[in-house]
Design a protein around this ligand. Sequence first.
Ligand SMILES: [Mg+2]
Length: 219
Amino acid sequence: MTETILLDMDGVVLEGPGTPQSVYDRAADAAVDELGLEPTDRQRAGLRSHGYESVESACAALGTDPREFWRQKEEAASRLAAERIRSGERAFYGDVAALESLAERATLALVSNNRHETATFVADHLSAPFAAARGREPTPEGFRRRKPNPHLLEETLAELGVETGLYVGDRETDAVAAERAGLEAAYLRRSHNADGPLPEAVTYELEGLDDLREVPAER
Ligand SMILES: [Mg+2]
C-alpha cells in the first residue's frame, strides 16, 4: 500500500508561521473599496481583524452583508498571498526539494488552515506532485472548521480514499487535529518553534523535511 503523507503549509513548506496581519489589513481595505463602504477608523479596525466576529459586528454597523464582505476579503487575501509568493517576498523553505523523492514512495497532500485558494496555488508551485490540496473555504463556517478541528484532514482523507497516514505540522493544533482524524503526527521544528515543548500525541519530531526519509513507511 502506498503511504500517505499530509503536510501543513505555513511554517512547513512556506517560510514563516503564517499570513502576516498586514495582508489581512490590505485585503480588508480592498474589500471596503470593492463594496464602496465608508467605515470609521474603529469599524475599519474590526474589518481588518483576522476573526469573523469583529468583521461581523463592523459589517452590522455599516449595514452590509458580513458573508459577502468576508468572501471579498478572503479573495483579496488570496490574491495578495499569491503575489507575495510570485515576487519572492514569501519564499519556500529550501528543504521542500526533499518532497520530490518522497513523492516516489508516498502520496502527498497539502492541508492548511489557510485559504483553499492559497493552498492550491502553493501545491501547484511546488515541484513535487501533490495528490490533493485543501484549505479553508471563504465562509464563516470554513473559518470555524480550522484545525484543531479535524474537518480539513478528514475531507482530504476521503478525497484520497485512505484512512491512515502521517500529518506533518509545526503547531500543537496540527498534532491535535491529526489525532482526531486518526492520523499519526510529526512535529517539524523551524526557527519560529525551535524551542517550545513537543506537543503530546506527536510520534515523530523532525528537524527538517529531509528527516521524513527516516520515518518508516510501514507503521
Ligand atoms: Mg503551520
